[in-house]
Design a protein around this ligand. Sequence first.
Ligand SMILES: [Zn+2]
Length: 74
Amino acid sequence: MLLEVSKPLVENLLAKQDKDLFTVSDVFDYPLPDAPDANFNLVVCESCGEVVAENKVHLKDGKALCLPCSGYRA
Ligand SMILES: [Zn+2]
């Protein structure tokens, strides 16, 4: 069923000329937005001492814990 829908679309696309699919121009500057700051802060698990990426730390009873020590089961 999916092939019934996609096959005519693909065949239509493949039958087109490059000039109908692409626009070629001179190279131009394109301003990119600033990337968000990467988070490389590390935290030491207060139970086992494992180093954990800050965004993966689990807070439990006021302690910063790694996933296994937090008891969390995905
Ligand atoms: Zn731990």
